[in-house]
Design a protein around this ligand. Structure first.
Ligand code: ADP
Ligand code: XUL
Length: 525
């Protein structure tokens, strides 16, 4: 049988079809920047004078959904053979509607969906996970909830700028009239699922845990946190549901336009990271995953929720049941791209610079690669810092710059993910940058762990397709993983034991420099 997974991520929307009989996988992506230039979002978000503010136009995601389905059809995929759909969205981003999709979602097949969704928006833009502008709201929510320790105990995370609760509070404070006329608030995941069914699809536990609103133990919105966040918020959110919830069927619009079969089931969508946990075959505790997308994340399934005493890490729902821990770094691909651009390096040259032209430790050259506000550690404003030789600091050593950005990222990941548990000796990798052999080499050495890419890229969209397959066909996860989440053994990278001592030293040095940078930033506030 065939299943469709969708992933509405920061920079692109991907659709991926699996065939559980033949093992075949077909995917297509719409990159927002090049394909939808009218939205003026080359990296998936709108320009803003304040670097802390990062919003996207939700209509861009609506148009991309039509485009990607059209493209699947154009390459000969018979969407009438799809037996179930699920998917994922970039986490934390929120969409505000003046009418619920239950009320307004009888989409007419004769008019583009984007024109039917436009009049429903009560807020023209959607704040996304990169937004760091809600520091005041985080403090207010945490204070009203009894402090950040209480927030962690209930929700698995301290009040954090990018999480949806503080974003909702900011909207309610800045534009109370528009907030009041908002009938329904969606995450990106539940929004795309709702477009697909033409009904209001609830938020799942996986993505809902990224809102600073979900009581993890009860699997329900916390009444106290709803109150601490914004007036009447409980009325604007449907109750959260387990990820495997049947959410409805594909709307007539998609049947008429793209040839889906009547009554094709849609399973609740989840966050891109929980979805990747499935796409990587890592829903059982014991396997660590690093995702190198727009953001870099490191995550792993957990039997019981374990929280980060430093307040950086988060706990989300595991779509297969239980929980997952996650650390998120906003200076992921965007920082690597910034360095590559400044140094005029293509990705192949970037990899060669690491593999052939530089050595572990980078001869003492170190970069704190914070070109946009950072989540881990928390830096509310860009703060790149260059340490080492004069040429390097002056930006005249492209090879060292390439290694420096990746070494700092890998070591910061090691440092901040320690709360998740035992240091991993094997890490699965995914995301756009996992194609880069230079980056994998540094990860292997910095963690002293074997790095294993999977054969299928797009783990988040794959996770959507596998979740649909599991919900409809009911086969064990392990069978699906054996078939679709197989490691690409030719590309795995073993650690070089000779670099271990160098990286231990570098780790301590990085920790000190990060502590200094955070202290400097806090002193300026
Ligand atoms: P997201 O899902 O967050 O939109 P992806 O996982 O699709 O992101 O990754 C996109 C990023 O991957 C691009 O921004 C680009 O910087 C990076 N990328 C693509 N190819 C390479 C490569 N060969 N080496 C390093 N980075 C790459
Ligand atoms: C996770 C996070 C990002 C987004 C975008 O907490 O903010 O990883 O999900 O990928």
């Amino acid at each position: 049988m065939r299943f469709l997974g969708l992933d509405s991520s920061t920079q692109s929307l991907t659709a991926l079809v699996v065939d559980t009989d033949t093992g075949e996988v077909i995917d297509r992506s719409i990159a927002f920047g090049p394909r939808l230039p009218q939205y003026k979002s080359p990296n998936g978000f709108l320009a803003h004078a304040d670097p802390r503010v990062k919003h996207s136009d939700p209509l861009m995601w609506v148009e991309a959904l039509d485009l990607v389905l059209g493209e699947l059809r154009a390459v000969g995929v018979d969407l009438g053979a799809i037996r179930g759909v699920s998917g994922a969205g970039q986490q934390h981003g929120s969409v505000y509607l003046a009418r619920t999709i239950d009320e307004a979602g009888q989409w007419s097949a004769s008019e583009p969906l984007v024109d039917q969704v436009r009049p429903l928006l009560s807020r023209a833009t959607a704040p996304i996970w990169m937004d760091a502008s809600t520091g005041a709201e985080c403090a207010e929510i945490a204070a009203a909830a009894g402090g950040n320790d209480k927030m962690v105990a209930v929700t698995g995370s301290v009040a954090i700028e990018r999480f949806t609760g503080p974003q909702i509070r900011k909207f309610a404070k800045d534009d109370p009239a528009s907030y009041e006329r908002t009938a329904e608030i969606h995450l990106v995941s539940s929004f795309v699922a709702s477009l697909l069914t033409g009904t209001s699809v609830p938020i799942d536990f996986g993505d809902g845990a990224g809102m600073n609103l979900l009581d993890l133990a009860r699997g329900a919105w916390s009444p106290q946190l709803l109150d601490a966040t914004a007036p009447n918020l409980g009325r604007k959110l449907k109750p959260a549901v387990p990820s495997a919830t049947y959410a409805g069927v594909v709307a007539d619009y998609f049947i008429k336009r793209y040839g889906f079969a009547a009554n094709t089931p849609v399973i609740a969508f989840t966050g891109d990271n929980p979805s990747s946990l499935v796409g990587m075959g890592a829903t059982e505790p014991g396997t660590a995953v690093v995702s190198l997308g727009t953001s870099d994340t490191m995550f792993a399934a957990m039997a019981a929720p374990r929280t980060d005493p430093k307040g950086y890490g988060n706990v989300f729902g595991n779509p297969a049941g239980g929980f997952m821990a996650l650390c998120c770094f906003s200076n992921g691909s965007l920082a690597r791209e910034e360095v590559a651009k400044r140094c005029s390096l293509g990705w192949d040259e970037f990899a060669r610079a690491i593999l052939e032209q530089t050595r572990p430790g980078n001869g003492g050259d170190m970069l704190l690669p914070y070109f946009v506000p950072e989540i881990t550690p928390r830096l509310p404003a860009p703060a790149p810092r260059w340490f080492g030789s004069a040429d390097f600091v002056a930006g005249k050593n492209p090879a060292a710059a390439a290694r420096a950005v990746v070494e700092a990222q890998a070591l910061s990941m090691r440092l901040h993910s320690a709360f998740i548990g035992q240091p991993p000796d094997r890490i699965l990798v995914t995301g756009g940058a996992s194609k880069n052999a230079g980056i994998l080499r540094v990860l292997a050495d910095a963690f002293q762990a074997e790095i294993v890419p999977l054969r299928v890229g797009n783990s988040s969209a794959l996770g959507g397709a596998l979740r649909a397959a599991q919900a409809v066909e009911g086969q064990p996860w392990s069978d699906l993983y054996a078939r679709f989440a197989a490691p690409d053994l030719d590309r795995r990278v073993a650690p070089d034991g000779g670099s271990k001592v160098t990286y231990e030293g570098l780790l301590k040095q990085l920790q000190q420099r990060l502590n200094d940078l955070v202290a400097e930033t806090n002193a300026k506030r």
